[in-house]
Design a protein around this ligand. Structure first.
Ligand SMILES: Cc1cc2nc3c(=O)[nH]c(=O)nc-3n(C[C@H](O)[C@H](O)[C@H](O)COP(=O)(O)OP(=O)(O)OC[C@H]3O[C@@H](n4cnc5c(N)ncnc54)[C@H](O)[C@@H]3O)c2cc1C
Length: 264
């Protein structure tokens, strides 16, 4: 059995089924799946592997090897409900409970790390707080799509080349913070140079699923502009929004996700 429904757990469920292992199910503590919709379809539904939401493992049984687990439904606060406990026989439990950036090098270099992403805090050039040290991809935050990873790599590479030629004129310059507001767990980059020009992609992840959602930029505590509208936004799917030059910033901003009827 597999605990949690992130993409890796889903891919493992499919792979193990292909290899002849019976997967009794994927158990997810949240009330919505944690992986990409296409992985739910292609890894679970296509192989008739059941997904159990709002359920978790509360006990693992076995001495020399695993013999089974006790599962339980959880309440609104994700606390296991004792009366719902149930023993499930199994000889393998896969814990697919999340990824964190590989940040040993970042820590050793004493680069400022975000407690939310566990990766370095970067600006729009993908430069860390240490001038000349750039970061991109999963070392910054766990991305679900390689396209976004590649986009951050291109920015870091281009800006590192400019930096080497001493043409990144805004160093040192004043930076503003891009804060995560309502229903946003994190936004990348976390800093923007005040003299940044042109368009800029922001990557964010929401905390909970929201239908008919608007991604808003909040300046001085008031909504300044809607950056994107989505029929549904899920915690499992990173959102990319573009900030245009017209938003050239001179003070901290907050990115929020609100219902489309609640934009003002
Ligand atoms: C199991 C899994 C499946 C995925 N499937 C998909 C998918 O189907 N489609 C998709 O778009 N995305 C997928 N992703 C998302 C994935 O995060 C990105 O696609 C992408 O691989 C991340 O690229 P990266 O270069 O940032 O990190 P990685 O691909 O992890 O590359 C980091 C590299 O750095 C090396 N390294 C680490 N520390 C050091 C060091 N100190 N010195 C030198 N080298 C070092 C590592 O060995 C590794 O080779 C998947 C992720 C996982 C974990």
């Amino acid at each position: 059995m597999i605990l949690r429904s992130g993409d890796i757990g889903l891919i493992m469920a499919r792979r193990m089924t292909i290899e002849g292992i019976e997967v009794v199910g994927v158990y997810e503590i949240m009330k919505t799946p944690n992986g990409l919709i296409r992985n739910i379809e292609q890894c679970l539904n296509d192989y008739n592997i059941p997904l159990h939401l709002s359920t978790t493992v509360v006990k693992i049984h076995g001495d020399k090897r695993i013999e089974g687990v006790t599962i339980a439904n959880v309440d609104g606060q994700n606390k296991p409900i004792k009366e719902s406990e149930q023993f499930l026989e199994c000889d393998l439990l896969v814990l697919s409970v999340g990824l964190i950036p590989e940040n040993e090098l970042t820590r050793n270099t004493q680069i400022l790390i975000s407690p939310i992403t566990n990766g370095p805090i970067v600006d729009e050039n993908m430069m860390t707080d240490k001038p000349g040290i750039f970061a991109a991809g999963n070392v910054v935050a766990v991305f679900d799509l390689v396209d976004y990873v590649a986009a951050t790599g291109e920015i870091a590479g281009r800006c590192a080349a400019i930096f080497i030629k001493n043409e990144l004129t805004r160093i040192p310059s004043r930076k503003v913070s891009v804060n995560a507001g309502n229903n946003v767990s994190f936004v990348l980059p976390q800093k923007i140079n005040t003299d940044a020009t042109g368009t800029l992609d922001l990557f964010l992840r929401v905390q909970t699923e929201m239908k008919d959602a608007a991604v808003m930029i909040i300046v001085n505590g008031a909504p300044a502009k809607r950056l994107k509208k989505e029929r549904v936004i899920l915690p499992s799917a990173m959102v990319c929004v573009t900030l245009n030059r017209e938003h050239a910033l001179d003070k901290d901003v907050t990115i929020e996700v609100r219902g489309v009827n609640n934009e003002t």
